[in-house]
Design a protein around this ligand. Structure first.
Ligand code: B1M
Length: 211
């Protein structure tokens, strides 16, 4: 079976060991990391999402696939390592309250860090007050929110409002993202920015800091 087919099938089946082997093989074959990520790991988890939608897969199956995908991401993480230069600025990132999807958010964190920022990753299911506390405590210049559920998207607006109420508006820029989030939604809730993907989030952060 061709390598990428095997990689995709291994994520779908939740076979962590096989995912590791395939990613190792791809790295040894000098396949670009971006390709391994986009055409392998992300493609596979999207197929899992489709299967879940059609009730061919249940939550535990998705969970196994997510674990297997994470094992693959761990192997490519060193290729996104941060540089030794002093950080451009601090970025607070988290998945909003009620939402435990973390893969995309962690990819964003990884790429933002690789682009010279210090990242404070609050994890998942993060309530608005924790975003506010963390932005204040770290004097973060950017606050990044991720949501994968349509039901948790409105929490992003609550966070932006909480930052304003805490007097932090103007001192911190807000960025939103996640599969159901759109540019239009970002505008509606008063976010400063939106990106559809992790590299775009890192680019936008750099633009903001460059002024
Ligand atoms: Co969930 N889930 N899930 N799930 N899950 C989705 C999101 C869903 C679309 C599946 C489906 O129905 N097809 C659906 C949401 C429907 C909706 O609301 N529109 C869904 C559901 C319904 C649920 C549960 C409610 C299921 C249940 O319990 N009945 C439940 C909710 C739990 C909760 O959060 N409270 C649930 C649970 C889970 C698992 C725990 C099993 C697991 C997550 C494991 C984990 O993260 N550790 C999981 C998974 C894996 C998925 C799918 C299959 C994959 C998500 C993923 O990791 N994608 C997903 C279907 C799908 O998306 N195809 C699905 C890969 C990742 C790289 O993409 O996160 O979109 P993504 O990130 C992208 C961009 O969006 C962007 O960058 C990344 C790529 O470059 N991005 C940002 C993300 N954050 C950003 C922030 C930015 C900028 C860009 O700026 C700040």
């Amino acid at each position: 079976m061709p390598l990428f087919e095997k990689l995709i099938e291994s994520v779908i089946q939740g076979e962590e060991g096989s995912v590791r082997e395939c990613v190792q093989q791809a790295l040894s074959d000098h396949i670009p990391v971006k390709e391994i990520l986009n055409d392998g790991l992300i493609k596979a988890i999207n197929i899992v999402g489709e299967k879940f939608k059609k009730s061919e897969f249940y939550v535990p199956d998705v969970l196994w696939s997510a674990q297997a995908m994470k094992a693959g991401i761990e192997l490519i993480q060193p290729f996104f390592q941060k540089s030794d230069v002093p950080p451009l600025a601090k970025v607070v990132i988290g998945t909003v309250e009620g939402d435990i999807h973390e893969i995309g958010k962690n990819l964003v964190a990884m790429m933002v860090e690789a682009n010279g920022f210090e990242v404070i990753n609050l994890g998942v299911d993060v309530p608005p007050e924790r975003f506010v506390e963390s932005v204040r405590a770290h004097q973060a210049k950017i606050c990044m929110m991720s949501a994968l559920l349509t039901t948790t998207m409105p929490t992003m607006k609550k966070i932006i409002e909480a930052l304003k109420e805490a007097g932090l508006a103007g001192r911190v820029k807000t960025m939103v993202g996640g599969a159901p989030v759109t540019k239009q939604f970002a505008l509606e809730i008063g976010a400063d920015g939106y990106s559809p993907d992790a590299p775009g989030a890192a680019e936008l952060a750099k633009e903001w800091i460059a002024g």
